[in-house]
Write a new protein. Sequence first.
Length: 70
Amino acid sequence: MLVHVDQTSSHDRLASLTKAIAAVNGVSTAEDHDAKPHLVIVTYDPAQVNSQQILAVVKAQGLGAELIGS
């Protein structure tokens, strides 16, 4: 799934967000790319975590976001 972050974030802020998402139980990978600073690619096990829980992690970081392909 893709998480589209509304705000433009610095590299460090995006890396911090990616780390927070990756720490969620059931998330296999969370990847960001400097070339597309509004997107985080997340691979997860839907039996352990759902897309809304992942979105909640993003919002807890004080960022607005939408899910793409959840």
